[in-house]
Every structure is written in structure tokens, then in C-alpha cells.
Design a protein around this ligand. Structure first.
Ligand code: NAP
Length: 449
């Protein structure tokens, strides 16, 4: 690590004031977890699950760009792995270099992103070191978390719901210089206050998944769940699922959580989710070997949900995609909503449309969150109403292994990555709120052992 980075880290650990941080020189080269364009064919011919990103993710130095007037440079104390890190590192469904090229054509500042390497990462917690001349609300020294909605505020289409902007992007996935690095470059309108009762790594893992689940469950742009509704949640101890469970419980709904092991079932019950389905123990086979779906299995699944809660779900929180969408459309109640943000098991979806139209059901697409939604979701974390689901932590040097764990469905909740933070447990500045909420904050970590 360079002297400059050492000096930055030491100053942050010593709680140096903003002016001191702003005066420290920035290094020209910065360490980050990246993939290289020259490797983008390395997994050709392999199935997704055979692609091992421990070979494609490199932790290397890259030249750090100059910030634009509306941007901030943030020293990253900790970051997180998201599923988009998985997609980037196995070059699926497309290598991300095309995204960077397109951004590069948009403006002089956009051109900085078009590089033959892609620094990944769509979550971070850290400290602001520099702000551009157009940044009003943030200063060097501010402790922040970062959400990943990257929008051009000069684009008229960004001014209703910014997720509907024509050129909306996800930072660290469709832009370069993401959070899995010692320094990151973000737009000022991605910044949010760091929850004071959390350590750096606990604060770093929330923004992407927590905001996504907030929009899907709570926001009028998503399912807008009301109290008393039953919500079926796939992957209920996973990255987005575990925040969805919290929002359903907080909002007076009844979650029915689906998981794939007795350990995950137990964790879900500890979260307060009473109705649990272990999909592996039940042995559902929605698809037969011949590649067609089996409605008898959908019915068996629907019957199980009725046994648990006495009725069909009002909302299905859907993201596994191809493996589950047929069942999701079938089991949601007449007039109910399947809200989907992903297709982990395959995006060419098949369902029986008769159940959709005859029963007036809706399938609604949903993607990340606008700034307001991300801010509200972050506030819920800051106030201790929603807790982080951090279960494992890796150093940045092991970003490949951390991503592999997520790819192979080996971890619950979120995986944190230490960047400049030398160890876990640092950065807590509200010990009272922490003491009141510690049990919940550490629930996933304790479970992981
Ligand atoms: P994750 O942490 O790996 O959790 C996914 C969960 O889904 C797993 O815990 C697993 O739970 C369950 N699952 C996996 N394969 C399944 C299958 N074939 N059938 C049923 N359940 C299955 O991932 P995540 O962070 O929650 O992300 C999930 C998906 O959402 C990813 O594709 C990601 O790219 C996407 N995503 C989209 C957005 C957006 O803004 N559009 C935001 C965040 C995430 P069990 O094995 O215990 O059942």
C-alpha cells in the first residue's frame, strides 16, 4: 500500500478533522478488485456454476481518476459483495465493458470510465476525502454510505422517478471505480449518512439490498404492502430476502419465507418469521427432467402455504426467476402481485398465462431504488428499525473467494469486505443505540459461527 493511502487510513482511524483529510494528497494508483477485458472469454463454454471468479477477479492497482464537479472521492473503509459482482466477474449475461464504453461516449467525464479494466463493487461505507466544486451538502470528513443509483440529473427523464431515467446506471456495475477498492468515485447524490451505531463492515453491506427490498415491498413504486398482507419471500435469508422479511414484519404483514436448509429455517424463525418453508426438505420439482413444468408441484406448494397461513399470498417477492416464476404466478392470490427484480436461475421465464389473466394477477418489474427510497431505507437502518444481515467478512485481497461464496449460495445475508479498515468492529460512534440493538445486528454473524 502506498504512503498516501497509509496516511489516509491512519488519519481516519485517528478521527482527524475534515480539513486535515482534505489536505492529504491522494495517491495516483489505488488498489481495487477488478476484472480485465483481456479475460472476458476465459470461461467460454462453461456453465454458470462452473465459472470460478477466483480466477477472473484480480486485486491490483489502477490509476485513480480526477473527480468531476458533482462528485466525491470516498476512502472506502468497507464494501460488500453483491450478486452483480458475481455477474461482472463471470462475464454474464454480458461482459460489462460494453456498459463502460457506452458511458464513455456520453461526456468528457464519462470517458474516464471506459477502460480495459472494471473496478467492481456497488456498496461501500467510508469517509469523504474530496468534493467537487458543485457539491453542496457534503464535506471532507463526513462518514457516509453509498447507494448505487447513478443518474444524470441534467436528463429530464430522471426527474419523476430517477429509476425511470433513460440513462440510469448502477455504480460499480455499469460504471467503473466501484466500492471494492481503497478509494471510490461517486456522484454526490449517491451519498447517505453512515449509521452511527454500526461498524464499517456492518454499515457497508446494506445500501444495495436494503434499498431494493424497500422499493419492492414498501414503496408505492413497488408492492406498497399494507398491514395484514401475506408476502411469500423466496430466498428469505439471502441478500435481498432478509431485508424483505424485516420490511414485511415492520409493516404489519405476514411473511412466508422460503429457504433451503434447516439452519436457514432456524435463522428465519429467529428473525421473527413464523411461517417457513424448507424447499429442499419439501423436495419441490417445479420443472421435470423433460424441461416442462409440473402444475401438480405448483399445487403442492400452494397447499403448503395455505396450511401455514390459511390463504394465498397477496404478494410474491420473486427473484430466482426461471426455476420459480411458474410457481409464483400460480400461488399468488386472485388479484395479487408478483414483484420481481431478478432471475438468478435463468431469465427466459415460463408461466401459465391462464392463471395470470383469469385471476387478474399482475407481474411487476422492479429495479434498485431512487435516491429518496434509498434514503428512507438508510434511515430505517440509522434508527435501528432495520438491521444489517452481515454474516461473513473477507479482506479485499480475498474478494474472489468472497464472491465465490455468494455465487455458490454458501452464505446467508450479506458478505462484507474490509478495504481500508484494518479489522472488524471499528467506526461505531453511537454505542447507546448499538447496545439496544446489538442482538439483532449480530444475528447473522452469530449464525455463521
Ligand atoms: P443471494 O444473497 O445469493 O440470495 C439469493 C437467495 O435466493 C439464496 O439465499 C437462495 O436461498 C435463493 N435461491 C437461489 N437459487 C434459487 C432457486 N433456484 N430457487 C429458489 N430459491 C433460490 O442473492 P441476493 O443478493 O439476494 O440477490 C438475488 C437476486 O436478485 C440476484 O440475481 C441479484 O442479481 C438480484 N438483485 C437485483 C437487484 C435489482 O435492483 N434489480 C438488487 C439486488 C439483487 P435458499 O437456497 O435458502 O432458498
Amino acid at each position: 500500500m502506498s504512503h498516501q493511502i497509509d496516511a489516509i487510513r491512519d488519519a481516519i482511524l485517528a478521527d482527524a478533522p475534515g480539513e486535515e483529510l482534505a489536505a492529504l494528497p491522494l495517491p495516483e494508483q489505488v488498489r481495487g478488485a477488478l476484472v480485465r477485458q483481456e479475460d472476458q472469454e476465459m470461461f467460454a463454454g462453461l456453465r454458470s456454476e462452473e465459472k470460478d471468479m477466483r480466477k477472473s477477479i484480480r486485486v491490483e492497482e489502477f490509476p485513480f481518476p480526477e473527480p468531476a464537479p458533482d462528485e466525491a472521492v470516498v476512502a472506502v473503509m468497507a464494501s460488500a459483495v453483491n450478486f452483480n459482482t458475481v455477474w461482472t466477474s463471470i462475464f454474464e449475461p454480458l461482459p460489462t465493458f460494453g456498459f463502460l464504453k457506452r458511458l464513455g461516449r456520453e461526456s468528457v467525464w464519462g470517458a474516464r470510465h471506459d477502460r480495459p479494466y472494471h473496478v467492481m463493487g456497488s456498496d461501500a461505507a467510508g469517509v469523504i476525502l474530496r468534493v467537487g466544486s458543485a457539491v453542496r451538502n457534503w464535506r471532507p470528513g463526513d462518514r457516509v454510505t453509498i447507494h448505487c443509483n447513478y443518474v444524470d440529473d441534467q436528463d429530464p427523464s430522471a426527474h419523476d422517478d430517477s429509476m425511470l431515467a433513460d440513462n440510469q446506471r448502477i455504480w460499480g456495475f455499469e460504471t467503473n471505480f466501484g466500492g471494492l477498492a481503497d478509494l471510490t468515485l461517486v456522484k454526490a447524490n449517491q451519498l447517505m449518512p453512515k449509521p452511527a451505531h454500526l461498524s464499517w463492515e456492518e454499515a457497508a453491506v446494506n445500501a444495495l439490498c436494503n434499498s431494493t427490498s424497500y422499493r419492492m415491498i414498501v414503496s408505492p413504486n413497488g408492492a406498497h404492502m399494507t398491514q395484514g398482507q401475506v408476502v411469500l419471500i423466496w430466498g428469505a435469508t439471502g441478500g435481498i430476502g432478509a431485508y424483505a422479511v424485516q420490511y414485511v414484519l415492520n409493516g404489519g404483514g405476514t411473511p412466508v419465507g422460503v429457504v433451503s436448509s434447516p439452519e436457514r429455517a432456524e435463522l428465519l424463525r429467529e428473525m421473527g418469521c413464523e411461517h417457513v418453508i424448507d424447499r429442499r426438505a419439501e423436495g419441490y420439482r417445479f420443472w421435470t427432467d423433460e424441461g416442462t413444468q409440473d402444475p401438480a408441484e405448483w399445487r403442492r406448494f400452494g397447499k403448503k402455504i395455505r396450511e401455514l397461513v390459511g390463504r394465498d399470498p397477496d404478494i410474491v417477492f420473486e427473484h430466482p426467476g426461471r426455476q420459480t416464476m411458474g410457481a409464483s404466478v400460480f400461488v399468488v392470490r386472485r388479484g395479487g402481485l408478483v414483484i420481481t427484480c431478478a432471475a438468478t436461475s435463468g431469465y427466459m421465464i415460463e408461466y401459465d398465462n391462464r392463471y395470470l389473466w383469469m385471476n387478474l394477477k399482475t407481474i411487476k418489474g422492479c429495479h434498485f431504488a431512487n435516491y429518496r427510497e434509498a434514503w428512507e431505507a438508510n434511515r430505517a437502518i440509522c434508527e435501528g428499525q432495520v438491521y444489517p444481515t452481515l454474516s461473513k467478512v473477507y479482506p479485499l485481497a480475498e474478494a474472489g473467494e468472497a464472491t465465490w461464496q455468494v455465487h455458490r449460495n454458501l452464505v446467508e445475508g450479506k458478505v462484507g469486505v474490509l478495504c481500508l479498515a484494518p479489522e472488524e468492529g471499528l467506526g461505531i460512534s453511537d454505542p447507546e443505540l448499538r447496545a439496544r440493538t446489538e442482538d439483532r445486528i449480530t444475528l447473522f454473524r452469530r449464525h455463521a459461527g
